[in-house]
Write a protein that binds this ligand. Structure first.
Ligand code: GBH
Length: 527
């Protein structure tokens, strides 16, 4: 057991359970059964696991380029090999089946199949890989859920017209998605267009922390890239619905990421700030799709003015209702309050300062915050106009420095359910944690006393949201099947249910994987 942390008893009852829960099961565990047909599984993404970055005709993606530049990723790690899933796919699917997976969410690498981004130029070896993966999954009784875009844009399209900054992206993405429906839609019945628009646009075009690494014009490029992304999503969904859905009988949607933002006090200004934080992160992408009007949140339109492009009447109709379910990735909770000079600079993901100082890339940090502190520069962060505040005393963190706050998960589910009532329900397409407690010795001793309590607490709150609050949640995918390339953090953060030894590439299920199998097999959580 790790040393006990300071936890204030009254305010953090749930957290107390986390530290004490451990492996030890109470003699009379409580049973929490999920709705019939609830979909359980796990998730990965192409660039994070596949490796084989330039093999068999694959073209480079913007993440290949970004990771190959020293100073962008911790320890100079990259996705060249990582888990080598490309060469070990059959073995990995077999392990998934052994671990009781019923559903598997993976992503398709656009440049592996279409090296220049153009669908007229197809790389059959890349197509063949996903063909085999899908067949292998089905053979093992695992239902595939395919994400079309999990961040690895063909570099060729970035070079050609600036990627998502250009409206040309919309038609290229739509054409790419159509090809995927054609190629795989006979077997893939669940599609996600984009994984986490907010990460793509805010981290990629606002902070430069993700590919394509831009931070110079966060007052325009965050909005422009988001706008094109949403249009690409809407046209792709229209294509699926018009040409494929009736015959293939699948569903298509999008996955948004969101922290739950809590007001730091009950003061009206702080409550207002926490609402703005929700608007600028989640509602930015959710309102156009589920808000009924096909429009961005009013707070955002007011703050950004003409820097936030407007949808035409035709586009509004197209985007409104363009998702058959609400895909949600959720990891943590933060506190927001009215802007204050001393906390303004914290309006960054919590981990970012440690990231850039740890890499000796202090320069990147300063260039990212420059537009925020320059009174003449426009910035998405200034438009948001809030300050994040420190977490409540006693908060525990994962190794990403994200607060462990399971109750925020329940609040977020209620927020989405009550605000949007998404048809097709909410599917948790990612939730999980990075923890360092994964040495072989610890695992052999079945000592994973951080991950299991984390999942227990989060699943418990998801059950509350469903059974007590009436939220319509239909599925849950743990992030991630195995340790993998954690973007700017490289291989240093381990999110896997399965451990990967990056020297030998050996896979070893962590204790949490066996525990999770029990939950999935019985559709029931024991606490
Ligand atoms: C997901 O993104 C990705 O889809 C996946 O590829 C990735 O490996 C996984 O999660 C784990 O990171 O400082 O509290 O404001 C994660 C989205 C965006 C979640 C930034 C945390 C900042 C936390 N993340 N956010 S906070």
């Amino acid at each position: 057991m790790p040393p006990k942390k300071r936890v204030s008893k009254k305010k953090h009852a749930v957290k107390k359970k986390i530290t004490k829960g451990g492996q030890a099961m109470a003699s009379n565990p409580q049973r929490f059964t999920f709705p019939k047909g609830f979909a359980w599984g796990c998730a990965t993404a192409s660039y994070q696991i596949e490796g084989a970055w330039d093999e068999d005709g694959k073209g480079p993606s913007i993440w290949d380029t970004f990771a190959h530049i020293l100073g962008n990723v911790v320890d100079g790690d990259n996705g060249d090999i990582v888990c080598d899933h490309y060469h070990r796919m059959e073995e990995d699917v077999k392990l998934m089946a052994d671990l009781g997976m019923k559903n598997y969410r993976f992503s398709l690498s656009w440049p592996r199949m279409f090296p220049t981004g153009d669908v007229k130029n197809v790389n059959m070896k890349g197509v063949d890989f996903y063909d085999r993966l899908i067949n292998e999954l089905l053979k093992n009784g695992i239902e595939p859920l395919a994400t079309l875009y999990h961040w690895d844009l063909p570099q060729a399209l970035q070079d050609k017209y600036g990627g998502m900054l250009s409206k040309e992206f919309v038609k290229d993405f739509t054409a790419y998605s159509e090809k995927c429906f054609e190629l795989f839609g006979d077997r893939v019945k669940q599609w996600i267009t984009f994984n986490e628009p907010s990460c793509i646009c805010v981290l990629g075009f606002g902070l430069g922390m993700h590919a394509p690494g831009r931070a110079n014009n966060p007052g325009t490029e965050v909005y422009l890239s988001s706008h094109h992304l949403l249009l690409a999503h809407a046209y792709s969904v229209e294509c699926y619905r018009k040409k494929f859905q009736k015959k293939q009988k699948g569903v298509i949607g999008i996955t948004l990421n969101a922290e739950w933002w809590e007001p730091v006090s009950s003061h009206a200004d702080d409550i207002n700030a926490s609402n703005r934080a929700m608007n600028f992160t989640l509602d930015f992408y959710a309102e156009p799709i589920w808000g009924g009007q096909g429009e961005y949140p009013k707070t955002m339109r007011d703050a950004a003015g003409s820097r936030l492009p407007a949808f035409s009447e035709k586009e509004k109709k197209l985007i409104n209702g363009s998702s058959d379910f609400f895909g949600l990735n959720h990891y943590s909770t933060r506190a927001a309050g009215r802007p204050s000079a001393t906390t303004a600079l914290q309006c960054l993901p919590r981990e970012i300062k440690s990231l850039w100082s740890g890499m000796g890339s202090a320069g990147k940090f300063f260039s990212a915050i420059k537009p925020m502190v320059n009174p003449f520069a426009a910035s998405y962060f200034k438009d948001m106009d809030i300050s994040p505040y420190p977490d409540p005393a006693g908060t525990e963190y994962t190794t990403m420095r994200w607060a462990i706050a399971p109750r925020g998960f329940r609040s977020l589910l209620n927020y989405i359910h009550n605000k949007y009532h998404p048809k097709g329900g909410i599917i948790i397409t990612e939730n999980g944690l990075a923890s360092q407690e994964d040495t072989k010795e610890a695992m052999e001793a079945d000592k994973d006393s951080i991950r299991i309590p984390f999942f227990k607490a989060y699943l418990r709150e998801m059950h509350n949201a469903i059974a007590v609050d009436g939220c319509d949640v239909r599925g849950y995918y743990a992030w991630s099947f195995m340790d993998n390339f954690e973007w700017s953090f490289g291989n240093s953060k381990r999110f896997g249910l399965v451990r990967v030894d990056y020297d030998t590439l050996e896979r070893t299920p962590k204790p949490v994987a066996h525990w999770y199998k029990g939950v999935m097999d019985n559709n029931t959580l024991l606490v």
